[in-house]
Design a protein around this ligand. Structure first.
Ligand SMILES: [Zn+2]
Length: 247
C-alpha cells in the first residue's frame, strides 16, 4: 500500500549503511516509524528531507505494519532554527514532547499544526523563544487532553481573580482568597499572565500565539506552562535542560 503524507521529523537515527529510521508526525496517519531508504546518500532528496525538524512530503510504502520511504521532497526546513544552537535546542524539546504525547498511528493533526506554527514563529523570530515555548507547552497539553481550568477559581467559581495562583499539579487556578495555604509549587499569576493563559487555552487554531505580554508576566506564564507540562507528563526532558544551558 502506498500513501503520501506530509510529516515532521521528530527523531532520526542512522540505520545500516545509508538509511535512517525516522519518527514522523504526519498529517493523516499520526506518528509513524519509517525507514527512509538512501537517507545518508549525499545529495539525495531524502538526505535533506530526513533531517531533524524537517517538514516534508513522503511517499510511504506500508507492508504488515512496517513503513518505508523511498521518495521525499522538503516542504520547510526552518532554516532560521539551524543557524542558532539555542533555537535548535528548543525545537528539539518540542520534538521530544511531541514524541512523548502523540501515540503511534493516532490522528494528531492538531499537534502537527501547532508544531509547525511554533517552529515557524521561532525560526522567523516572530515571537520570543519564551513566548513560543509557553504557548506550545500549554496548547499541546490541551490538545492531548490535559486542559487546565483557568476561567474560574477552582473553589469559589469567581472569574475575576486578582492575585490568582495556578497549580501545575492539579491544573486548577485559585483566587487569592481560596489559594491553598501551602501554595507549594503554585505559580503566582498577574493579570496579563492569567489573560494569556486563558487566551492560549481558548483561542482558535493558528491564533494561539497572537497576544502581547510584558516580560515579567511572560516569565510567570512560562513557569506555569513548564511546570504544568512536567507535572502532567510526569517526566523531565533532557532537551529542555540542554536548551536552558545554551540559551
Ligand atoms: Zn476562590
Amino acid at each position: 500500500m502506498f500513501v503520501t503524507v506530509k510529516g515532521l521529523v521528530l527523531r532520526q537515527v542512522r540505520y545500516k549503511e545509508a538509511d535512517r529510521i525516522l519518527t514522523l508526525l504526519t498529517d493523516t496517519e499520526g506518528k509513524l516509524t519509517v525507514k527512509a531508504r538512501g537517507a545518508l546518500r549525499k545529495g539525495s532528496k531524502m538526505a535533506a528531507a530526513s533531517q531533524d525538524l524537517c517538514y516534508a512530503e513522503f511517499t510511504l510504502f506500508g507492508n504488515r505494519g512496517k513503513w518505508t520511504a523511498d521518495e521525499a521532497s522538503t516542504l520547510e526546513q526552518f532554516l532560521g532554527l539551524r543557524e542558532d544552537i539555542a533555537q535548535l535546542a528548543l525545537g528539539a524539546y518540542f520534538a521530544e514532547m511531541l514524541d512523548t504525547v502523540c501515540p503511534e498511528e493516532q490522528p494528531a493533526g492538531g499537534a502537527l499544526q501547532l508544531a509547525l506554527n511554533a517552529l515557524y514563529a521561532l525560526s522567523r523570530g516572530i515571537y520570543t523563544p519564551e513566548h513560543v515555548k509557553a504557548v506550545f507547552e500549554l496548547r499541546l497539553l490541551c490538545l492531548e487532553g490535559f486542559q487546565p481550568e483557568v476561567e474560574a477559581c477552582g473553589v469559589c467559581g469567581r472569574t475575576e481573580m486578582d492575585g490568582a495562583m495556578f497549580s501545575p499539579a492539579s491544573g486548577m487556578t485559585h483566587c487569592a482568597g481560596c489559594a491553598p495555604g501551602s501554595a507549594g509549587a503554585s505559580v503566582a499569576l498577574d493579570g496579563p499572565a492569567l489573560a494569556a493563559l486563558r487566551h492560549i487555552v481558548a483561542a482558535p487554531a493558528k491564533k494561539e500565539f497572537s497576544f502581547a505580554i510584558p516580560e515579567d508576566s511572560l516569565e510567570r506564564l512560562g513557569r506555569a506552562a513548564e511546570l504544568f507540562a512536567r507535572y502532567q507528563l510526569d517526566r523531565n526532558f533532557y532537551s529542555l535542560d540542554y536548551w536552558k544551558s545554551v540559551k
